[in-house]
Design a protein around this ligand. Structure first.
Ligand code: NDP
Length: 335
C-alpha cells in the first residue's frame, strides 16, 4: 500500500519536502471492517491548514501519519454485512491506495450510485465542495431572482457548483478567476454572465473598477474563496444589506497577511458577513446533494477536473492547486 505521510510542518510556504512517500502492508480485516481500493483522492485547500499546528476549527494533521483526504473507491473485501465487494463508496481514506475502514462508525463510509453520476464527482460537484457552494448560497446569501452575486475562485470545485446553483435561482452571476483561459471557460462553459481576471486586476482600485463594470446594479451577495484585495473591492461595490458567505481565504493559506482595508464598509452597507464550515452543517447535506445530483443528471453541472496520475504526483498537484495551477476540481487518479 503506497502512502503519503506528513513529514514536517511548513515554515511559510508548503513544499514537497513536507511530505514523505512510504510503502506498507495493509492489515488483515477485523469483524466490522471493510477494505477499500481507492480510485480517486481529493485534494482540497483545507489540507494546507491541517499541516499547521496552530489553533483552528479542526485538529491539525499528526506528523508521520497518512495525510487526511476524501477518497472514492470500491470495496475489495468486507467483514461488514452492509458492504459487498464491488460497492462504490466515498470516505476519508487519506493519501493512500487502500484503506481499512470501520464501516459501522457513523459517517465513515457512504455507498454511492454511479448510474448517472461519475464516481469522481462525489469528491466535487456532488460531494463536499458542492455542498459548500450550496450552503453559502442558500443559507447565507439567500438571493432573490434578478440579484447579482459574485464568487472568487470561480472555476474551481466550489465555484463551478456555485454558478450552477445561482443560475438555477435566476441570479446574475459574476465570477473572479485567474487568467484568460479560466475566464473564457467560466462564461462559455460554466454559465457565468461575466468573469473578471484577477491577474489583470491586481490592486484594489483596478478590481473595484472591473466589478463596477461587471455589476452595474451593485453586488447583493458574494461568496468569498480567496480574500485580500478581492474582498476589499467587493465591499466597495456591495449594495445595502448585501450578504457575504466567507468560505475560504486561500490567498493567505501559506501565511500571507490579508488585512481588510476598510471594515467600516460592512457597517455603512449594513452587510451580513458570515463564515461557515460545511462539515458543521450535516443537516443540509441530504437536501444539497439532491439538488446537485439533479443538476448533474440534467447536464447543467458538468464541471472540469484536473487529474494527476498516481499517488506520487499528489504533493506537487496539491502545492500547484494552492497557486491556481489546477483547472477545476483537483483529483489524483490512483488506478
Ligand atoms: P479550487 O478548485 O477553487 O482551487 C483553488 C483555487 O484558488 C485556485 O485554482 C485559484 O484559482 C484560487 N487561488 C489560489 N490562490 C489564489 C490567490 N492568491 N488569489 C486568487 N485566487 C487564488 O478549490 P476549492 O473549490 O476546493 O476551494 C475553494 C475555496 O473554498 C478555498 O478557499 C477552500 O478553502 C474553501 N472551502 C471552504 C469550505 C468550508 O467549509 N468553509 C469547504 C470547502 C472549501 P484562480 O486560478 O482562479 O485564481
Amino acid at each position: 500500500n503506497q502512502q503519503i505521510l506528513l513529514a514536517s510542518r511548513p515554515q511559510g510556504e508548503a513544499t514537497a519536502e513536507n511530505f514523505r512517500f512510504v510503502t506498507t502492508d495493509t492489515p488483515a480485516l477485523q469483524d466490522g471492517q471493510v477494505l477499500v481500493r481507492h480510485h480517486y483522492l481529493s485534494l482540497d485547500p483545507y489540507m494546507r491548514g491541517r499541516m499547521n499546528d496552530s489553533k483552528s476549527y479542526a485538529a491539525s494533521q499528526p506528523l508521520d501519519e497518512v495525510m487526511i483526504g476524501g477518497t472514492v473507491g470500491e470495496v475489495a473485501e468486507s467483514r461488514h454485512p452492509d458492504y459487498q465487494p464491488g460497492d462504490k463508496v466515498v470516505g476519508m481514506g487519506g493519501w493512500q491506495e487502500w484503506s481499512v475502514v470501520d464501516a459501522g462508525q457513523p459517517g465513515a463510509l457512504r455507498k454511492v450510485d454511479t448510474t448517472h453520476v461519475p464516481l469522481s464527482y462525489y469528491l466535487g460537484a456532488v460531494g463536499m465542495p458542492g455542498v459548500t457552494a450550496w450552503y453559502g448560497l442558500v443559507k447565507i446569501i439567500d438571493p432573490k431572482p434578478g440579484q447579482t452575486v459574485t464568487v472568487s475562485a470561480a472555476t474551481g470545485a466550489v465555484g463551478s457548483a456555485f454558478v450552477a446553483l445561482a443560475k438555477a435561482r435566476g441570479c446574475r452571476v459574476v465570477g473572479i478567476a485567474g487568467g484568460p483561459e479560466k475566464c473564457r471557460y467560466a462564461t462559455e462553459e460554466l454559465g457565468y454572465d461575466e468573469c473578471i481576471d484577477h491577474r489583470q486586476h491586481t490592486d484594489l482600485k483596478s478590481m473595484a473598477a472591473a466589478l463596477k463594470a461587471a455589476c452595474p446594479d451593485g453586488i447583493d451577495g458574494h461568496f468569498e474563496n480567496v480574500g485580500g484585495h478581492i474582498l476589499d473591492a467587493v465591499l466597495l461595490r456591495a449594495n445595502a444589506f448585501a450578504r457575504v458567505a466567507l468560505c475560504g481565504m486561500i490567498a493567505g493559506y501559506d501565511g500571507q497577511p490579508l488585512p481588510l482595508q476598510n471594515p467600516a464598509l460592512i457597517l455603512i452597507n449594513r452587510m451580513r458577513v458570515e463564515g461557515f464550515i460545511v462539515s458543521e452543517h450535516m443537516e443540509v447535506w441530504g437536501e444539497a446533494l439532491k439538488e446537485l445530483g439533479g443538476l448533474v443528471a440534467q447536464g447543467k453541472l458538468r464541471p472540469r477536473e484536473s487529474v494527476a496520475e498516481g499517488l506520487a504526483a499528489a504533493p506537487e498537484a496539491f502545492l500547484g492547486m494552492l497557486r491556481g495551477k489546477n483547472f477545476g476540481k483537483q483529483l489524483v487518479k490512483l488506478i
